[in-house]
Ligand binder design. Structure first.
Ligand SMILES: [Zn+2]
Ligand SMILES: [Zn+2]
Length: 192
């Protein structure tokens, strides 16, 4: 169970749903990425509410039709969490796109976390220790509030090259997938 700190002030409006044409393009793009072993990877900066130490949770998925799953949980050095926890390239996802069952705190082994509107993701150790009714964002902005089921997950695109092609022979691709490859006259992917 993941939790979202419901702030007492109103949240900014979330962006509108993508248009059908955009979704169609995304589907083709996803098929292309999948066929080439490209995996979307996002990291989420988290903090342990018991020890106050930072760690990152890495989510990966092979295509937009899949859900993100936890591929790694890495402890970070103390200074890594010193700055703003909201990375500039942070993106919001519907929580339904995530399989968070592999999520755990790198420092105290808590199984869930609470996301604050300030951008903090704290493991729920402290919340459970205090009885689990009112939550205080600590370490973090100190805001208090009730928690509600999380609807969105914010994560940052992982830096560095995608973990593509590693150990992914062409033979691993089922031939049925080939039919969903984009036509060669489609615009080429840019930025990579
Ligand atoms: Zn923890
Ligand atoms: Zn906060």
């Amino acid at each position: 169970m993941t939790n979202w700190l419901k702030p007492y002030s109103k949240l900014p409006a979330t962006r509108a749903t993508a248009l059908p044409a955009k979704q169609d393009f995304n589907a083709k793009l996803a098929a292309f990425k999948k066929a080439h072993g490209f995996r979307e990877r996002y990291t989420m900066l988290c903090h342990c509410s018991r020890h106050g130490r930072p760690f990152e949770v890495v989510f990966e998925r092979a295509s937009e039709a899949d859900r993100f799953t936890v591929s790694a949980v890495n402890k970070l050095a103390e200074h890594a969490g010193g700055g703003s926890s909201a990375a500039p390239q942070e993106k919001r996802f519907d929580v339904k796109q995530f399989n968070t069952s592999g999520w755990h705190c790198a420092w105290c082994s808590a199984q869930s976390w609470i996301h604050c509107h300030c951008g903090r993701n704290n493991c729920d150790y402290r919340f459970r220790q205090t009885g689990g009714t009112l939550y205080k964002c600590e370490p973090g902005c100190g805001a208090t509030g009730d928690i509600v089921p999380m609807t969105e997950i914010a994560a940052s695109a992982a830096s560095g090259a995608p973990a593509s092609m590693k150990g992914r022979g062409a033979s691993a691709l089922p031939s049925t997938n080939r039919t969903s490859l984009p036509r060669p006259d489609l615009p080429r992917l840019t930025g990579k």
